[in-house]
Ligand binder design. Sequence first.
Ligand code: CA
Ligand code: CA
Ligand code: CA
Ligand code: CA
Length: 380
Amino acid sequence: MLRKLFLIGTAVITAVLATHLLLNTLQTAVAAAPTNTLVLYDGALGGTPDTQNFEYAAVNPVFPFPPAQATQTYSPALGLTILDTTPEISDLAGYAITPTLAPTLSRQAGFRLDFSVRINSETHNNNNRAGFSITMLAEDLLGIEIAFWENEIWAQEGGNPPTLFTHAEGVVYDTTTDIVDYELEIVESSYRLSANGVPVLSGPLRDYTAWEPPFPFIPDPYEQPNLIALSDNTSSAQGEIWIAYAAITTDTTPLVNVQPVSLTVSETVGTAVLDVQLSHTSTFTVTVGYETVAGTAVPGTDYTPISGTLTFTPGVISQSVAIPILDNTLDEPDREFTLTIADPTFARLGQSSAIITIQDDDEIIVDPLMEIYLPLVVRP
Ligand SMILES: [Ca+2]
Ligand SMILES: [Ca+2]
Ligand SMILES: [Ca+2]
Ligand SMILES: [Ca+2]
């Protein structure tokens, strides 16, 4: 029944379970980070995560609520924090991002949690539980909870009971041998986890909001927007977890741009070639639609209209679009039309249109002799 309790809304929890929670109320921002990256914990800087941008809580939720025996210990020699919930399996303990520091986690813009962790030991008495979990929820509460065992990393199922919080997709992985640099990225309706730069697990985001706290006075973490938590959040598992680093980066999806913004070609050119480029490569497959839009240039007369979808597999950063330009022999003004891109997936629109100007190359050649003998020809 008390299978999952959580570590957020600490003010509320404190008021209710003050004697059972260890809270650090002083938060210290860490050193300046890149513009869209917030370092939540860097063990190299010293101290436990709650001395940086996390809050810590530990609780034994089993009546009569004895003090939690879980510990967090900073190891100067290792430069990391050891979270140990092995003394009492029913203890819950771990970290959640300080709510006032949480950035908006937009699925459309994408976001990624980088974390460096070693599962030194983990045991569980329930196939659907793990002694260490990463929980990350977007602003709209869709997200993913990733469970860590010694020999497997797997996703918690969402939806409604009885499938809610059951063992979903997973990958065999040895989490125990060393610190592993993980990246958990969420874009649109998907998550992707990589370990030391290698993709290991991916799947759809889940909705965990159907979970309800066992007591009405306990806040529901799965209703907490922009949640990032690293914890043993179950009474059915325990572990010793080494936590070295965690950082959240927002706006991870690339911008997709048409280049150049304007292009002038002769009507004899054959094809006008433009590039559609990503601002950086993606670990997801990016798609974007494109089409030509008539201006003073007439489709079918001045150019052949085209439309379609470009696909950028992971690692691909640029694609060409070739538009047939139609030649003629008419002396005419320059004409223009537009190439537009729209409806990107796993990317955001940047420069979304380019103007193509078709230059005329024809002149009417007036033969002065024709003016003289033409009348002679047509008149009897
Ligand atoms: Ca709920
Ligand atoms: Ca536990
Ligand atoms: Ca021509
Ligand atoms: Ca012409």
